[in-house]
Design a protein around this ligand. Sequence first.
Ligand SMILES: [Zn+2]
Ligand SMILES: [Zn+2]
Length: 271
Amino acid sequence: MTRNYHTHTFRCHHAAGTEKEYVEEALKNGLTLLGFSDHSPYIFPGDYYSKFRMFPEQTADYYRTLGLLREEYQGRLDIRIGFEMEYYPKQFRQTLEFMAEQEQTLPSGEKAGLQYLILGQHFIGNEYDSREYSGMPALSEKHLGRYVENVIGGLETGCFSCIAHPDLINFIGSKKVYKKHMSELCECAKAHRVPLEINLLGLHTKRNYPNPLFWDIVKETGNEVILGCDAHTVHDAGSPELIHEGEDFAAHWGFSLIDELRLIDPLSYIK
Ligand SMILES: [Zn+2]
Ligand SMILES: [Zn+2]
């Protein structure tokens, strides 16, 4: 693994470290590409304000900071500007429009703006109207079905370059029911040629993901698979320990990992 597309920063209010610190660590660990995918700003109606993500007013500075670092480290590290974003059907388009408007022009005249999105469906529905965390242990088939519906909705926009922790959903009911719904997710990702991420943070901290049941389905479906650090601390940006764990996990299923994502321009959706 020489490229990591899943990196957070202090801007999401629950990760630590500046962009530059992550860049330095990635270089130290021998990465050739570092993609920043902090929790995206989201534009919500009314007075709902999401606090685990970047605030909308932080977006311009995020773009500008990363654009300047991209110039500073050119030739040493390929830096990409992205977000980890949920697909909330009601708010998606206006949030993309906001992300496009925030594009910055650097002193060099170069533009710094959104280059890619990874789909991380942390909540089901539209967040502000239901506030149902995907990773909450749940017996309800409806909860599972709605998670899959959101992810498929996201895939169908054609905006996402990868699905982060596709197995975040924590369904504790029948394996048969789990397989039925998650197979749909895998088939849809395959049809759209969107790779699935083995989440190294979840693996290392023994969360409910990566879920072995899910990766059995992935094996059967034949999806493309990539590792993602999901770095919330500087230490995790390309950490050899994390990468080894991920490679061992992938080897257990016989996956041949991809290292590079085909980055899709999400803003073509609103052009
Ligand atoms: Zn996530
Ligand atoms: Zn993440």
